[in-house]
Design a protein around this ligand. Structure first.
Ligand code: ASP
Length: 331
């Protein structure tokens, strides 16, 4: 029988109504009382790591969570992390970079309704997560939600209220989980040879969403405070250089200062292909910008935090950015 550790961090799944709206309840152990019968599936222990709304999650929380998994890694066959849905995709990406090629499952889940509510998705999500974690051969970081297992670097919250809160972006859903079966569509094999825990992140990464009319001087300010800038541009990716608002001069200055500039897109599906048009090609070929291709924005920003924690050598950073980790990049 598998031995799983449930690490609770708060979120709606563990929330109760208060006079200020839903907030994580004090007794997280109570989650277990609401769990449907596990039969002979596994034994489950619980540890509370945090008890917060995931809106309050910070890179320090990701590091602490990864450390808790590391401390317990040898004692358990897999890990379930209960987490708020709002920033779950970022945490899933963070754990994917901080814990590379684990031979055990690390499953994040949560719910749109509290587990204590009469009508809730929490029990199903939790049970699905446990069943998926117990499935032979499942290893690595996933979000399990609404009957789907999504690779940790590929998730995005796309619905703020419905049970189907998450989609897998630019990558197939790894498995569908129903009452009776788990259908795996992607056979996930560990990519590297050896389990590696990382314990450093550098959070000075900025995400700038372009809108027509935005003043390029903002990049000067960002450059004074951040070491990597992801520009969420349009379509397949481009940087405005019209005379009235020319971003390329600022991008040039940033790359001269050793800052990483990464072009991604506001379009949710299919990713960037920034050398298609002059607006993107110039930024890439003349001003050293990188592009995120099919990576999610969540994965790209967290990957940069991980990279900046490892090296400041420009070529080293670029190489790491384009090196796939846990299926984050196909191109
Ligand atoms: N605000 C909550 C959180 O992210 C929402 C949820 O869990 O669904 O913690």
């Amino acid at each position: 029988m598998k031995k799983l550790l449930l690490l609770s961090t708060g979120g709606t799944i563990a929330s109760m109504p208060t006079k200020n709206g839903l907030a994580p309840a004090a007794d997280t152990g109570a989650i277990l009382q609401y769990l449907p019968p596990l039969d002979d599936l596994c034994t489950l222990s619980i540890q509370e790591v945090f008890n917060i709304d995931s809106t309050n999650f910070q890179p320090e929380h990701w590091l602490a969570l990864a450390q808790r998994i590391q401390e317990n890694y040898d004692q358990y066959d897999g890990f379930i992390v209960t987490h708020g849905t709002d920033t779950m995709a970022y945490t899933a990406a963070a754990l994917s970079y901080l814990i590379q090629t684990p031979q055990k499952p690390i499953i994040l889940t949560g719910s749109q309704k509290p587990i204590f509510a009469p009508i809730t998705d929490a029990k199903k999500n939790l049970l699905d997560s446990i069943r998926f974690a117990c499935k032979e051969g499942v290893c690595g970081v996933y979000i399990v939600f609404d009957g789907k297992a999504i690779v940790g670097t590929r998730a995005r919250k796309v619905r703020s209220k419905s049970y189907s809160a998450f989609e897998s972006i630019n990558y197939p859903v790894a498995a569908f989980i129903d009452d009776k079966r788990i259908l795996r569509y992607v056979d996930i094999e560990p990519e590297g040879e050896k389990l590696h825990f990382y314990n450093k992140l550098h959070p000075k990464v900025f995400l700038l969403k372009l809108i027509p009319g935005i003043n390029p001087e903002i990049l000067r300010y960002i450059g004074q405070h951040y070491d990597a800038i992801v520009i969420e541009s349009y379509g397949v990716g481009g940087i405005p250089f019209h005379n009235s608002r020319n971003f390329l001069q600022e991008v040039e200055q940033l790359s001269k200062q050793g800052k990483l500039v990464v072009i991604t897109t506001q379009v949710m599906l299919e990713g960037s292909d920034a050398e298609t048009y002059e607006v993107g090609a110039r930024a890439i070929q003349q001003y050293n910008a990188l592009q995120a291709y099919d990576m999610t924005v969540e994965a790209a920003v967290v990957k940069l935090m991980w990279i900046l924690g490892q090296t400041r050598d420009t070529q080293g950073m670029q190489k790491l950015f384009y090196t796939p980790v846990h299926h984050d990049l196909l191109s």
